[in-house]
Each structure stands twice: as C-alpha cells, then as structure tokens.
Ligand binder design. Structure first.
Ligand SMILES: Nc1ncnc2c1ncn2[C@@H]1O[C@H](COP(=O)(O)OP(=O)(O)O)[C@@H](O)[C@H]1O
Ligand SMILES: [Mg+2]
Length: 218
C-alpha cells in the first residue's frame, strides 16, 4: 500500500509549464529526495503534495484520500494530524519558546501531556538546556533541530522538508540532516525532502530530479 501517490500531475503558471505529467509514489516509512536547480519546481511540487496548492490536472492521493479534491478544512485536519513540515528558514514562532513551539502541534490535536512529550523529545534531540529559550537566542542549527522536533512530535506519517539544510554551514547541515533522517527512521515516518545538498540526498533511500518540468529517477 502506498502512503502517497501522484498520478499524471501538471501545474502551470501563466506562460510556463512548471510540472509536466508528474508520477511519484512513496511507501509508508520510505524516504525520497527531490533534486533540481533553483526554480525547477521543487517547492511547487511539495505544495501540491501538502494540499497547499492545487494541480491543473492529475490526481494526488495521501493515505488513499484524494487530496486534490478535499476541502480546505479537511486538508487542514489531514496536515495537522499526519504531516510535519521543515523549511529552509526554520519558521519557528518568535514569541514562543522552543518548548512552546514543539508543544503547538500536540495542543492543536488536543493531546494530553503535551509539555512532557515535547520536552522529552527536545531532550532526545540534544536540546534539553535550550527548551526555555526563544528562537532568536538559538543558533541556526539549534533552530532547525527545534523545527525537526516540531515536525515529528505528533508522529505524523509524512515529513515534508524543503531545503532543510539550505541556511546552514556544511557541518551543521550534516548534523541536521542526520537528525532528520534518523528521527524519521525511528518513528517510521516517510520523508520527502527537496534539496540541493547531494550529501543529504545520498543518505535517503531514493532520489528523483526535476528538470524542465519533468521528474526523473537519478
Ligand atoms: N505563485 C506563483 N506564480 C507564478 N510563478 C510562480 C509561482 N510560484 C512559483 N513560480 C515560478 O515557478 C517556478 C518554480 O518555482 P519553485 O517551485 O519555487 O522552484 P524551486 O523550489 O525548485 O526553486 C519558478 O520559475 C517560479 O518563479
Ligand atoms: Mg524551493
């Protein structure tokens, strides 16, 4: 059974075909890197898969559900429960501490013991001494580790990571990508990661590349 299936998806912006007849599938717990130069459509593709944008044609199934036809309220529920997101620019809430940022997905799902779960996870990710810090007091690598904790704390089925090492130096990028991959393996979470970082791409199970709107295995 597939966690994610993309069938013949095409997406155009005025005057350009960004994604052309994309076919893609991902099994539960599987990891896939999407490579491609800047502007090749990686973020556009991830947005379609997350239901943040709609394809011009084709079908996208997440956990058997046709996300290309779901209502915004259903999509929001599905994202909150079954997906986690990691971005190049971390996107932590600046007014909340590291711990509060990580608690948020659990609170939205009305889970019990949110503070305990979030602080245990932060400790496992080596951030025990930082839990009460606000994001601006953390380094880029630390902020990204908090963002990874936030993405996995509710044990989603899929993590979507868009250039997660793009703002980090080489060594920190390596630490963060190892953490992301290990965390997904440990909790059996599937990982879709758009990246320029070939070292990161080579550490995941499968690789595809977007070029001129077409997706090819590499
Ligand atoms: N909302 C939009 N309207 C028009 N063009 C867009 C929009 N979003 C992205 N694009 C264009 O689509 C192309 C692919 O962008 P993007 O998916 O962000 O690429 P990548 O993430 O691989 O760098 C780029 O040429 C970009 O300028
Ligand atoms: Mg992008």
């Amino acid at each position: 059974m597939k966690l994610l299936e993309v069938k013949d998806v095409t997406k155009n912006y005025p005057g350009t075909e960004i994604l052309s007849h994309i076919e893609l599938s991902l099994a539960p717990g599987e990891s896939l890197a999407i490579l491609g130069r800047s502007g090749s459509g990686k973020t556009t593709l991830l947005n379609l898969l997350a239901g943040l944008d709609t394809p011009d044609s084709g079908e996208i199934y997440f956990d058997q559900k046709p996300i290309h036809t779901l209502k915004e309220s259903e999509l929001a529920q599905l994202r909150g429960k079954h997906m986690g997101f990691v971005f190049q620019s971390y996107r932590l809430l600046e007014a909340l501490t590291a711990l509060e940022n990580v608690c948020l997905p659990l609170e939205l799902l009305e889970k019990d013991h949110a503070i305990q779960t979030a602080s245990d996870l932060l400790a496992k990710l080596g951030l025990e001494s930082k839990i009460n810090q606000f994001p601006h007091r953390l380094s880029g690598g630390e902020q990204q580790r908090v963002a990874i904790a936030r993405a996995i704390v509710h044990q989603p089925k899929l993590i979507i990571a868009d250039e997660p090492t793009g703002n980090l130096d080489h060594r920190t990028g390596r630490e963060v990508s190892d953490l992301l991959i290990e965390s997904c393996k440990k909790f059996n979470i599937a990982l879709l990661v758009a990246t320029h970082d070939t070292e990161l791409a080579n550490k995941v199970e499968k690789r595809v590349e977007l070029f001129d709107g077409v997706l090819k295995s590499v």
